[in-house]
Design a protein around this ligand. Structure first.
Ligand code: PTJ
Length: 260
């Protein structure tokens, strides 16, 4: 991995870009994952590379929903494994969820490499999706394969950085589907039951914290958080946030400004 000097003004952005490249070189991340990452970076600029209020609201609802779930599953793809492997394992523990490797561009080598990476952060962690025997109805060939003990029987599934087609198919199976996606206009963002419009590198650590905070709430209180949540409003609020932010920046001017 290329060493980025800490003093670089875009240190974190370059650091995670290197992580994605390294993920590809180590056989975890798909080539298309590099393109997906670039798209995410662009949307992150628009929200100011910080967790905005609608994302915080969505994360609370997701954590509440997971704490109420019977068979919660967190799906892991090549980008997630490159960016947040440790946090993925920690989040699954904090939410008592199963982990399943589920790939759009599935190859057995990639599944193995990702499972190995997750295992480094907890040798006892159970990784599903290695020998999937079930298929998501309507999704052809490799990308529809799911684990009988995981996504197949899940009531709540988190599918971060996902393709919209699969999100929609999981909703069609009657599952409660949650995504993390920096693009509020993507099909995944629009099809999911809850959409966290935030960078996964900020969202997962925050969700781990929230799991600690919400764990002690009564079931009724958790249910109320989920019932009061409105994903259409969240997505509208994200778009309004971006519009207002850009309008303000345009008014104030960005020419030679160091910080946005
Ligand atoms: O590992 P695989 O084979 O399952 O393939 C994974 C990719 C990401 C290649 C595949 O799922 C794909 O093509 O996804 P899309 O359709 O490009 O969607 C990925 C979405 O994630 C886009 O809307 C990006 O804006 C968003 N995104 C990218 N990086 C981040 C992100 N959202 C949150 N945090 C990020 N770091």
């Amino acid at each position: 991995m290329v060493k980025i000097p800490r003093s670089h003004p875009r240190y974190w952005s370059l650091y995670y870009r290197e992580r994605i490249i390294e993920g590809m070189e180590r056989g975890m991340t798909a080539k298309a994952g590099l393109i997906a990452h670039g798209r995410g970076e662009a949307f992150d600029y628009l929200i100011g590379e910080r967790t905005i209020e609608p994302a915080e609201r969505a994360m609370r609802a997701v954590v509440a929903k997971f704490l109420l779930a019977k068979h919660p599953v967190i799906s892991v793809n090549g980008n997630v494994a490159a960016l947040v492997p440790k946090e993925t394992v920690e989040l699954a523990k904090a939410l008592n969820a199963k982990l399943e490797v589920n790939l759009f561009y599935r190859t057995e080598e990639r599944v193995r490499a990702i499972a190995e990476e997750l295992g480094k952060h907890d040798p006892d962690v159970e990784i599903l999706g290695i020998n999937p025997t079930k298929r998501i109805p309507g999704l052809e060939h490799e990308r529809g394969k799911v684990d009988e003990k995981g996504i197949w029987r899940a009531d709540v599934v988190l599918v971060p950085l996902e393709d919209g087609d699969r999100t929609e198919a999981l909703v069609g199976m009657g599952k409660f589907v949650v995504t993390v996606d920096l693009n509020p206009l993507s099909r995944s963002a629009r099809m999911a039951d809850i959409t966290i419009v935030d960078n996964i590198v900020r969202a997962y650590p925050r969700m781990i914290e929230l799991a600690g905070e919400l764990r002690n709430l009564q079931r009724e209180e958790l249910e109320r958080i989920v019932e009061e949540y409105d994903n259409g409003k969240t997505l509208s609020d994200v778009l309004t946030y971006i519009r207002d932010r850009l309008t303000e920046l345009a008014r104030e001017g960005i020419w030679r400004r160091k910080e946005l």
